[in-house]
Design a protein around this ligand. Structure first.
Ligand SMILES: [Zn+2]
Length: 420
């Protein structure tokens, strides 16, 4: 069991609410929008400006800054044992086109506040601590999301991403090169660092903490996401002349599949998320019986076995309900769920208790960089309440007190892991 000691408490208590808030507001000026949000999409000049803002902060305090081939940025506090694998504390600086001030940015700046708190206590951790800003978590400008953290963790090859195009038509490889050239940090090979552990703090992006009146929650895992496409193949016919009994109506088949799956997957614990988010219907004409439907199903759950079971159910239900139409089922994309390391969850709970911030253990409904970090090292996340659960929106907001309290938990845990 990992327990924070007196020094961890001192580091946590050294977190300064006003200093953190001031840093958040200064960063939010880069890409600021009229209604209080930011537009700082990945690998744009504004994104690079944000990275250089962080680098200046680091240099002013004697910390070094590095970047890698995926344009991930690292601010490094040296450890007493320089050769030890570092602890990584990170999140992302990029935003949605009409994003908020806190999604991602809070996680990076809270990491800097952890370094500042350690420095002000005159302490040196045993292991180095690196604050990371991962490239393109949001995927608003180009795919895939979490480009930087997935390349770093090796869950996706960076080379497979380079020829992708941004929404404004640029080649991702060229944008990466331009951003790296304009970022004032030394380049190092992407797989030259292997973290001993990883932490991330993030606004919740949901309403659970606020509704419970709790500032901080400990994340136990991130649910998986699977997109499944069901193609229903019928026969086109005239809407007026063809008797119902003789039709092979693909849209009727899709409707039966949806109703059947909705009732068969009813989850009393309300953990399973099944969404029929998209229907493409052909020929999509009001006077014609539909001969082809593409139904895209979004399936989310924290347990891969349940996801597999529901996929199996879809494969069974689709042909049975679509009859006399034919069906083809295929998985378009899948991201497995992750359960965070129990020792890190336990440590974060202990740190939360110590900082009088005890909150619930909760599941993340949204994806995060930690999903990828968690594949290569013990990883944990802290959530902080956000106003109305709103994010990916200019109205995104959080309380200075809550942000600082969450950062205290993060700081105590970071100190403990860096001295293990
Ligand atoms: Zn985020």
């Amino acid at each position: 069991m990992l327990r924070p000691d007196a020094k961890a408490a001192a580091v946590g208590n050294a977190v300064d609410q006003d200093r953190l808030w001031d840093l958040l507001m200064r960063l939010a000026e880069i890409g600021a929008l009229e209604n209080g949000g930011v537009n700082r999409q990945a690998l744009t000049e504004l994104d690079t400006e944000a990275k250089n803002f962080v680098i200046e902060w680091a240099r002013a305090r004697g910390f070094s800054a590095f970047q890698d081939d995926a344009a991930n940025l690292f601010v490094r506090m040296p450890g007493a044992a320089a050769s030890q694998d570092p602890l990584i504390v990170g999140s992302h600086l990029d935003s949605q086109p009409t994003g908020g001030k806190f999604d991602g940015a809070f996680g990076v700046l809270a990491g800097l506040e952890v370094l500042e708190s350690i420095r002000q206590q005159g302490l040196t951790p045993e292991r180095p601590i690196e604050v990371a800003a991962w490239t393109n978590e949001e995927a608003s400008r180009f795919l895939p999301g979490a480009t930087g953290s997935s390349a770093f963790a090796g869950t996706r090859e960076l080379s497979a991403v380079l020829d992708n195009r941004t929404v404004d038509g640029a080649r991702v490889g060229d944008e990466l090169a331009a951003s790296i050239a304009a970022t004032r940090a030394e380049l190092r090979p992407i797989h030259s660092v292997r973290p001993c552990a990883s932490l991330e703090i993030h606004i919740e992006q949901g309403p659970i903490l606020e509704q419970a009146g709790l500032p901080v929650g400990i994340v136990k895992g991130i649910q998986g996401v699977r997109r499944i496409q069901v193609e229903i193949l019928g026969e086109t016919a005239h809407a007026g002349t063809t008797p119902q009994a003789l039709r092979k109506d693909a849209l009727d088949g899709a409707a039966r599949i949806m109703v059947s799956l909705r009732s068969l997957t009813k989850d009393d614990d309300d953990i399973l998320r099944l969404t029929f988010g998209r229907i493409d219907s052909f020929p999509n004409s009001p006077g014609t019986v539909t001969d082809k439907v593409r139904l895209t199903i979004d399936l989310r759950h924290p347990d891969k076995a349940v996801m597999d079971k529901v996929e199996g159910l879809i494969r069974e239900v689709a042909p049975a309900q679509a009859h006399p139409c034919r069906t083809e089922v295929r998985v378009l994309s899948t991201v497995d769920p992750i359960a965070f390391d129990p020792s890190i969850i336990g440590l974060l709970e202990n740190c939360a208790n110590m900082m009088n911030a005890s909150g619930p253990l909760m599941l993340s409904g949204a994806g995060h960089d930690s999903l990828h970090l968690g594949r290569i090292c013990p990883t944990g996340m802290v959530f902080v309440a956000c106003e109305g659960g709103i994010s990916h929106h200019e109205a995104e907001n959080a309380k200075p007190f809550d942000l600082a309290l969450g950062t205290r938990v993060l700081a105590a845990a970071a100190w403990t892991l860096a001295n293990r």
